[in-house]
Design a binder for this molecule. Sequence first.
Ligand SMILES: *Cc1c(COP(=O)(O)O)cnc(C)c1O
Length: 375
Amino acid sequence: MNSNIKVPFYSLEKIHTQCADSLQKAFNETLQSNWFVLGNRLQLLEQNFANYLSCKYVAGVSNGLEALQISLLALGIGAGDEVIVPAHTFIASFIAVTQIGAKPIPVDVNPSTCNLCVKNCQAVINSRTKAIMPVHLYGNPCPMNEIMVFAYKHNLWVVEDNAQAVGASFTEEKTGTFGHINACSFYPSKTLGALGDAGAISTNDTVLYEKVLRLRNYGASGKYEFSDLGLNARMDELQAAFLSVKLPYIDQWNAERRQLALQYENFFSTVGYLTLPQKTPQSFPVYHLFPIRTNLRDELKIFLLQKGVQTVIHYPQPPHLQVAFKYLKYQKGDFPITEKICNTTLSLPLFPGMSEAQQNYIIDCVKIFFQEKGK
Ligand SMILES: *Cc1c(COP(=O)(O)O)cnc(C)c1O
């Protein structure tokens, strides 16, 4: 790491120190078991994670993108179908829809929460619309009550992209349990991270669950019998074993995230020219990220880096303006709220294990920046 870095954007060091012995033990036991794919360790993780979410079924898969893709495939969505997605999201939400042959239909987001705006969905509904994919971006739950009402009214499937919000809740129920079928990611930097790639699908629907089990394993319905055109998207036993070690800590780690977010909010509430993340009253976010917004974003980013504080922009360019999605034929200005967010947002370091001294240092740097600007 650059020696000038005083606060890294993210670090797993502290939380992994807490459970390093158990992770080593999990590795040794898996090695000795000589069973590495679709075994007891995955089954145990699936049960534990289903209990954690209070959801009937969980199926472990290879990563968050595959979790989204398989969820859509299980619903029978494909060529000619349209799926509503928030314009402001990580590219994976869009890619999952294109990979199964359907078309992502972006709608602009709520300027305050940065999440899917139900009001904007009405205008894009047509006979091809099959599903809606709310993304709990930054770990901030979408208004699932409104979304479910809207979906039932228009006969749409709901697939939550819960990649950034594992452990968050809405009206006291965990995100990833509202939609018909839902996807999450255990990418290392997510709120519950594997030691590599992994993801999961959660659902209360037996038929969808059984289809997912086939789709993640070549579409196999029995030994060398294939009923569906599936994928190889299984979660390794090793990752499942590691995740079972880390799962019991998730609430503690998320509580730490909330405490850090609260501290930021307290100190920044008096700084003008700074927009803080907003949530709906029923939401209990996990602060996967802590994005602030300011028109002086680029200058602030450089200033903080000079002070040794790493920051990241989530995201500098929305999916509809990426070269990969040129075929959708959107242009600059089509989703003004999303574009404004992309031009003004800056994520500050926030991770379990971040020290008070580190956070105070960041807060001081930000305050100095705005003082110098006379704001
Ligand atoms: C991380 C992420 C994904 C994809 O998860 P991977 O495990 O990296 O494939 C999907 N959607 C969102 C919003 C994400 O942040």
